[in-house]
Ligand binder design. Structure first.
Ligand code: ADP
Ligand code: MG
Length: 290
């Protein structure tokens, strides 16, 4: 039977907008040893804004933005929304076909009879298109644009780190969580810049959804037997990692249904600092608070 104090703990968490799906997850949270965060939408706001368009040679920025906006016209990714907003015009859907969205990479589509690819360095590498811009931008996300296999240029998109994220990381460390890790499909340079800003111990970039699962497996294998691994994500493409972690935490409340289903804990707000709050309540509930 479940001790009464657990109901108190679940209730205290719920009052803070933290829905814990069972008392066993309170126990696991109290033993959190490794905290793994997704980047986009979790530690960063995920509200991307186009900052700059950089073209190669004779192509013009307007053309690059138009091809990208057309290829992105069926995607709901925050990156896609920012490109369409920056382009600012209606696109002619009749000109667009064969749209493929590749998680962790970008999109490809036929636009007006031409093969358009808009995505990160990994996507360009898969398509065997060489890029010339990778080192130019550090903390920003870059969407490369190629047409008919020819590199046209790139779009620089800025995201902002959530103010609350710094607090989340420092509080986790004060709680003796041994390792705070960040995983992202975004470029390694972006991952490193965000991680150093937040004081995160380890950051891994350029990961596809399946690579994130593998990383979580590796981190699970590297921790102590008693310690637990928690994963925190905003839901987009995160269901497999949420399911694999000892405690999968979905954030934002409005994440995908699949993520909310796969999660053990749902945080209703978009504040990562609710993670240490959940751990604090868990420790108090288990009577091991120091
Ligand atoms: P994270 O792993 O940080 O949550 P995502 O998995 O959503 O981020 O995306 C990882 C990377 O994949 C993005 O930073 C971007 O480079 C690329 N990407 C994903 N979707 C798109 C898209 N629709 N258009 C362009 N690039 C995309
Ligand atoms: Mg994400």
């Amino acid at each position: 039977s479940i001790p009464l104090s657990f109901f108190g703990g679940l209730g205290a968490a719920a009052r803070k907008g933290i829905l814990v799906k069972g008392s066993n997850y309170l126990e696991a949270l109290a033993d959190a040893e490794v905290a793994v965060f997704d980047k986009t939408g979790t530690l960063t706001k995920g509200t991307f804004k186009v900052q700059e368009v950089v073209s190669q040679d004779m192509y013009n920025n307007e053309e690059i933005l138009k091809f990208a906006a057309c290829a992105e016209s069926f995607s709901n990714h925050p990156i896609s929304l920012s490109i369409r907003r920056a382009y600012g015009k209606e696109v002619d859907a009749a000109l667009i076909s064969n749209v493929k969205e590749i998680p962790g990479q970008g999109v490809t589509a036929t636009v007006d009879g031409r093969f358009v690819a808009a995505g990160n360095a990994k996507m360009m590498q898969m398509l065997d298109i060489s890029i010339s811009a990778e080192d130019l931008v550090d903390a920003a996300t870059v969407v490369h644009v190629a047409v008919d296999g020819e590199y046209k240029g790139y779009i620089v998109i800025g995201d902002a780190i959530k103010e609350d994220a710094t607090k989340a990381v420092s509080e986790l460390k004060a709680q003796k969580v041994k390792k705070v890790v960040m995983l992202t499909g975004d470029a390694k340079s972006v991952a490193e810049s965000v991680a150093s800003h937040l004081g995160i111990d380890e950051a891994y970039g350029g990961l596809l959804p399946a690579d994130k699962v593998q990383k979580v497996e590796d981190l699970m294998a590297g921790k102590s037997a008693k310690g637990k691994l928690i994963f925190v994500g905003d839901g987009i493409n995160d269901a497999p990692v949420l399911a694999r972690a000892d405690v999968g935490i979905a954030m934002g409340g409005l994440g995908s249904d699949a993520a909310i289903e796969a999660a053990d804990v749902v945080i209703m707000t978009d504040e990562p600092s609710k993670v240490p709050v959940a751990i604090k309540i868990a420790k108090r509930t288990l009577g091991i608070a120091r």
